[in-house]
Design a protein around this ligand. Structure first.
Ligand SMILES: NC(=O)c1ccc[n+]([C@@H]2O[C@H](COP(=O)([O-])OP(=O)(O)OC[C@H]3O[C@@H](n4cnc5c(N)ncnc54)[C@H](OP(=O)(O)O)[C@@H]3O)[C@@H](O)[C@H]2O)c1
Length: 284
């Protein structure tokens, strides 16, 4: 297992950390990216052209691969993803580590669960990584409000969230592809604690040394502000849906799979904020 690995979404939030985790090993692997001429890649990584939307790239990308790290980019439809996975398995992929979401097991209508079900009967072995909300949402999509307005601007009400660091998700993904024992397993990947957004703002204040507040925007205020700063309307509305479980108090489950698999505690939000603090420092 894990002799020929292909990482999809290798430039993204989790995929980039799968690449980093594999870079620290003696495994050679491939990164399937839409533009293989761009970016810096570790010595043991070969970037190759791969696009879910361009089946003509699949044959070369899947050739000789036995282990696949799979995620569904937000813009890619389910049918495309299924067709690509089926092609990969036909070409010899034996194991798929799939980035899913926490709670997928209990929600048969969720697209992630539907893909999981497809993988369960695909003939390949699988590892499902059911991840909680990424801490990186705070350093990516929500960063401008924290940096420019000292404001955590997320439509999550008073619900708590068991944020996980995508670095931990990447490390677990790498592990499941390099060593045996993770076949047909599902892991719930959360951080070490569930935090409501008042507490998230407090952690930012403590680490950054300036007051950051949670303003708990209404749905309308959230969509309006996101749209005004250039986020496509469709994506802003989608985010409301993504935060609905948090708003309804259903995103706070904490599990110990990260700690158990990595043999160290899951990364805390305070550590994450400290490690990435320059993201939220205002430009001088
Ligand atoms: N955000 C959260 O809190 C959270 C939590 C749990 C699970 N998830 C799940 O995580 C998944 C997304 O993972 P992510 O956040 O790591 O992704 P991401 O940061 O949005 O990155 C998407 C990646 O997919 C690539 N990509 C886009 N279109 C492609 C195409 N047509 N063909 C091939 N590659 C393409 C992008 O590459 P380019 O460089 O070419 O654009 C990029 O590397 C989703 O299924 C989401 O539901 C998210």
């Amino acid at each position: 297992m894990g002799t020929e690995i292909l990482v999809t979404g290798a430039t993204g939030t989790v995929g980039s950390h799968v690449v980093s985790a594999l870079a620290d090993t003696d495994v050679s692997f491939k990164a399937g990216v839409r533009d293989p001429t761009a970016g810096d890649w570790p010595e043991n990584c070969e970037p190759i052209a791969f696009d879910f939307e361009r089946p003509e790239t699949w044959g070369f990308a899947f050739d000789g691969i036995d282990t696949l790290f799979l995620l569904r980019p937000p813009s890619v439809g389910r049918d495309r993803l299924v067709a690509a996975v089926d092609a990969a398995i036909r070409m010899g992929v034996e194991h798929v580590t799939y980035l899913s979401v926490l709670g997928a097991a209990r929600n048969p209508l969720l697209p992630h669960r539907r893909l999981e079900r497809h993988l369960e009967t695909s003939g390949a072995t699988y590892t499902f990584l059911r991840a909680s909300y990424f801490m990186q949402n705070l350093s990516e999509i929500h960063a401008p409000e924290i940096r420019e307005h000292d404001e955590v601007f997320v439509p999550a009400g008073t619900g708590a969230v068991s944020f996980v660091d995508a670095r931990d998700v990447g490390a677990v993904a790498a592990l499941t592809m390099r060593e045996p024992g993770h076949e047909d397993e599902s892991y719930d990947l959360t951080g070490p604690e569930a935090l409501d957004f008042e507490t998230v703002a407090e952690r930012f204040s403590d680490v950054l040394g300036r007051p950051v507040t949670y303003t708990d925007p209404s749905s309308v205020a959230f969509v309006r502000r996101m749209y005004a700063r250039g986020v496509p309307l469709r994506f802003a509305v989608l985010m409301l849906g993504i935060y609905a479980p948090a708003r309804f108090g259903r995103a706070g489950r904490v599990e110990d799979d990260v700690e158990r698999l990595l043999d160290r505690p899951a990364t805390s939000l305070s550590t994450f904020v400290s490690d990435y603090r320059e993201v939220w420092e205002a430009d001088e």
